[in-house]
Design a protein around this ligand. Structure first.
Ligand SMILES: Cc1cc2nc3c(=O)[nH]c(=O)nc-3n(C[C@H](O)[C@H](O)[C@H](O)COP(=O)(O)OP(=O)(O)OC[C@H]3O[C@@H](n4cnc5c(N)ncnc54)[C@H](O)[C@@H]3O)c2cc1C
Length: 430
C-alpha cells in the first residue's frame, strides 16, 4: 500500500500515471550528467525540473580541472571554448600573493573555466536532451508516494505554468534536487549534524581585470574583529566584463552560526586588491547565498529503487567547497549502476551505489571532514595558511590535495601524509 511522504493535501487531476524507465528529479549538474550517461546507454529517461532554463543559480561559477574533465567527456569542449579559460589559482593571505598553475595530471586537464550557471546548466541539459533524455521544465515534484518496502511508488508533480497536477512513475528514480533536497528528506535522508556544512554568498561585479588568467582566493578572511574565519573569499573572472565575487565558510561551530556573511562579503570587497577595481559602485547584482552540504554526510544515499546524487547526497568536497564536478561524477556513477541494473534486470545492483562511492571517495572525504573540523580553530587555520604562504612547493602540494588532483599513483601516499599532518596537529592541540 502506497503512502504519501509529503504534501498529503495534494489534489491530483486524473489517476493515469506517466511512466518512464528512469525519472530524475532536478536538472542541475548532477541530474543532467546522470541523464546524459543514461541516454548514452539507450535508457528511457525523463528529467523533471521545476525551473525553466536558462535560469540563474547561486554559485561561484568556478569549473576546476575535475569539472572540465567531466564536461569534455560529455562532448562539451566546443561550448567551453566559448567561455573564459584560466590556468591556475592565485592565493592571497598575510600580505603575500602566490600564483599556482594547475598541476599536470594524467586524468585531468591543467586548465579550468569560469562559466555562469545560467549558461552552463542550460548547455549541459541541451546536450543531454540531444542524446535522447526527455526534459520537462517547469515541472516540480511536490510529493513522493512510498511502498511498504520504502521504494518509491510514484511522484506527484505540479506543472507550474498551468497548476496541473499529475503522477509520474518509473522503475528507477534519481534524486538530484540540490542542497535543500526536500525529496531526499521525504525519503528519510538526513544530514549528520556533527559533520561540517558550509555557507556561501556571491554577487557579480564589473572589473577591469575580468579576463585574468588566474582565479583568486583570499585565505585569511577576517571577521569584524579582524580574527581569521574558517573560510575563504574568491574572485573568479568571467571574461565578459564581470567577475564573480564571494565568500564561503564553515558553520559547524556555534560561534560561526550567526556570522553575517553579507557584511563579511562587503568587507572583503572593500579590502580586495586594488587591481580588481571593486567597490559598491561596481556591484551588478544583489548578492545571494546558499548552503554547501559536504563530505557525503547525508544518509541513507539510496533505497530499493532510488539513489541520491550531487548536493542532495552532500557530495561537495570539504577541502575546497567544490560541488559541480562531484555532481557530474555522482550522476555518472548512478547512471552506470542503473543501466547495469536494467541490463541485468536486477534492481539489487543499485545496492552497490554506496560501496562505489566509498571506494572512490571515502578516504579522501574522511580526511576532508577532519581537516575542516581542525581549521575551525582560527589559530590552526592561521598557522597553516601562514606556513603555506611562505613555501611555494608546500602550497603547490596543498592545492593539489584541496582540489583532489593528486596523481593517481601518489594518492594513497598523499592521503597518508594528510592523515599524519592532521594527527600531529590534533596531538599538539591536546
Ligand atoms: C554561493 C555558492 C558558490 C558556489 N561556488 C561553486 C564553485 O565555484 N564551483 C563549484 O564546483 N561548486 C560551487 N558551489 C557548489 C555548487 O553550486 C553545487 O555543488 C552544485 O550546484 C550541485 O549540483 P546539483 O545538481 O546537485 O544541485 P543544483 O545545482 O542545486 O540543482 C538542483 C536542481 O533541481 C531542481 N529542483 C529542486 N527541487 C526540485 C523539485 N522538487 N522538483 C523538480 N526540480 C527540482 C532545481 O531547480 C535545480 O535546477 C557553490 C555553491 C554556492 C551556494
Amino acid at each position: 500500500m502506497a503512502h504519501c511522504a509529503f504534501s498529503p493535501s495534494l489534489i491530483v487531476v486524473g489517476t493515469a500515471k506517466i511512466h518512464s524507465k528512469v525519472l530524475i528529479i532536478g536538472g542541475g549538474p548532477a541530474g543532467s550528467a546522470s541523464a546524459y550517461w543514461l541516454a548514452m546507454r539507450g535508457v528511457d529517461v525523463t528529467v523533471l525540473e521545476k525551473k525553466t532554463f536558462p535560469r540563474d543559480k547561486t554559485c561561484g561559477d568556478g569549473l576546476t580541472p575535475r569539472s572540465v574533465a567531466q564536461l569534455e567527456a560529455m562532448g562539451l569542449s566546443d561550448f567551453l571554448a566559448t567561455k573564459h579559460r584560466y590556468i591556475g589559482l592565485r592565493s592571497v593571505a598575510f600580505g603575500r600573493t602566490m600564483e599556482l598553475a594547475w598541476p599536470r595530471h594524467h586524468d585531468f586537464p591543467n586548465y579550468g573555466f569560469v562559466v555562469t550557471r545560467h549558461d552552463l546548466d542550460e548547455a549541459v541539459a541541451e546536450n543531454s536532451a540531444d542524446k535522447g533524455a526527455n526534459y520537462l521544465f517547469g515541472h516540480e515534484v511536490t510529493g513522493v508516494s512510498l511502498n511498504s518496502d520504502s521504494s518509491i511508488e510514484h511522484l506527484e508533480v505540479k506543472e507550474n505554468s498551468s497548476g496541473d497536477r499529475m503522477l509520474f512513475s518509473a522503475d528507477y528514480y534519481v534524486v538530484a534536487d540540490g542542497a535543500n533536497s526536500r525529496i531526499g528528506r521525504a525519503l528519510g535522508a538526513a544530514r549528520n549534524r556533527d559533520e561540517p556544512i558550509g555557507l556561501a554568498i556571491r554577487g557579480y561585479h564589473s572589473s577591469p581585470r575580468h579576463d585574468d588568467q588566474y582565479i583568486e582566493s583570499k585565505l585569511d578572511l577576517r571577521d569584524e574583529k579582524n580574527s581569521v574565519v574558517p573560510g575563504y573569499g574568491w574572485i573568479f573572472p568571467l571574461g565578459d566584463g564581470r567577475v564573480n565575487v564571494g565568500i564561503g565558510m564553515l558553520t559547524n561551530q556555534d560561534r560561526w552560526k550567526n556570522f553575517n556573511t553579507t557584511h563579511a562579503l562587503e568587507r572583503y570587497i572593500e579590502q580586495a586588491p586594488s587591481y580588481w577595481g571593486l567597490s559598491e559602485k561596481t556591484e551588478l547584482t544583489t548578492p545571494t547565498g546558499g548552503k554547501l552540504p559536504m563530505g557525503f554526510s547525508i544518509d541513507p544515499k539510496s533505497g530499493p529503487n532510488f539513489v541520491l546524487i550531487g548536493d542532495s547526497a552532500a557530495s561537495i568536497n570539504p577541502f575546497n567547497g567544490e560541488g559541480i564536478s562531484y555532481g557530474y561524477e555522482t550522476g555518472r556513477i548512478a547512471a552506470d549502476l542503473i543501466s547495469d541494473a536494467i541490463d541485468a534486470d536486477d534492481r539489487a545492483k543499485l545496492g552497490l551505489y554506496v560501496s562505489v562511492l566509498d571506494k572512490r571517495y571515502a578516504n579522501y572525504y574522511r580526511l576532508g571532514r577532519r581537516f575542516v573540523k581542525l581549521i575551525a580553530d582560527p589559530r590552526i587555520l592561521s598557522l597553516s595558511v601562514w606556513a603555506g604562504m611562505h613555501s611555494e612547493p608546500l602550497m603547490k602540494e596543498v592545492v593539489k590535495i584541496m582540489a583532489n588532483l593528486m596523481p593517481t599513483e601518489k594518492k594513497g601516499v598523499a592521503e597518508r601524509a594528510i592523515d599524519q599532518a592532521i594527527r600531529l596537529v590534533d596531538l599538539a592541540r591536546a
